[in-house]
Design a protein around this ligand. Sequence first.
Ligand code: NAD
Length: 347
Amino acid sequence: MKTILVTGGAGYIGSHTIIELLQSNFNVISIDNYYNSIPLSYDLIKKITGKDFKKYQFDIAQDKDLELVFQENSIDGIIHFAALKSVPDSVANPIFCYQNNNNALLNIAQLAIKYGIENLVFSSSCSVYGNVAPIDLPVQENTIIRMAESPYAYSKQNGEVFLKSISEISTLKVFALRYFNPVGAHDSGEIGEFPSKHSNNLVPIITQTAIGLRDYMMVFGNDWNTRDGSCVRDYIHVSDIAEAHVLALSKLFQEDFNNKFEIVNLGSGQGVTVFEAIRSFEKMSGVKVNFKVGERRDGDVEAIYSLPNKAKDILGWFAKRDVDTMMDAAWKWQNKLIDLGFNTTKI
Ligand code: NAD
């Protein structure tokens, strides 16, 4: 049985990926400092899978404990999720973002090489494409990389550059997976993204509005050059993303797979507008969402969606769950959060 070190395993995508790993018979070791998560995620993973795994709590970017994990365990592969993902926080405190995201990655890569671990999957992001122009759509892995729009996006651009050069001079093989817009929650409705002051994603805002935690939500601009005037994004179900990680690791473990550094888009290939997302939610939940249309927001891109063909060719992966399924799961999770004692006060 292969053992996978998952950094940021208590977080949103990490926890869903651990579920897929355990259900695919991998051993899991997780490290998280709970900066943007809570240990309850681990209990929910155990409830869903019936399996337990080893956990560590410390800061990968700073703590000397990281090497102990490599000494104590025989690790076959690493999935590196741990990062600060809030774009506004990264703008407000770029040093913290770079220190955390880039130091954590370099620490992991250095120890992976020292301990002879050859297989690494890195959480990258569609934000690396920068301010995408309409001519770039749909974005492919070789679409021109424009100037990063935030320190967060720059930390992901850097992360890819670091890993490419490190893989060239070491035994490390890397998949950098560029996620588009992960949303939704596990099909069981038992786990999803916990509310966080560091998150300002559309779908939690829709569900929080529907359940009455917000009086209304804002749609930032209805005068974009899109089919209904609102921004277009490529939403992707978190469990589809999680499954892609298992496929990427399995590919790296394949003896005849010797590619050193591969970048792969993880998107559905479908652009969905903000108004379409709201309508899909209303259809699936039967609840009306109160929204207001405001001014365009600084830094927003009009439209971004992927061409996910490479994921299909190299990993045999494609998005199985559509937007309605994502909204249904997100709504189940919003209600579950109330049962778990979260989200009882107005935002
Ligand atoms: P998340 O914040 O829910 O999970 C990240 C986890 O890493 C958190 O549990 C946090 O506590 C932990 N962490 C952060 N820094 C750490 C450190 N120095 N030491 C130990 N633990 C640390 O975020 P997520 O949505 O699960 O995202 C996972 C990865 O995917 C991140 O790298 C993120 O940048 C990337 N990504 C996310 C999205 C998205 O919209 N969710 C989109 C593209 C890329």
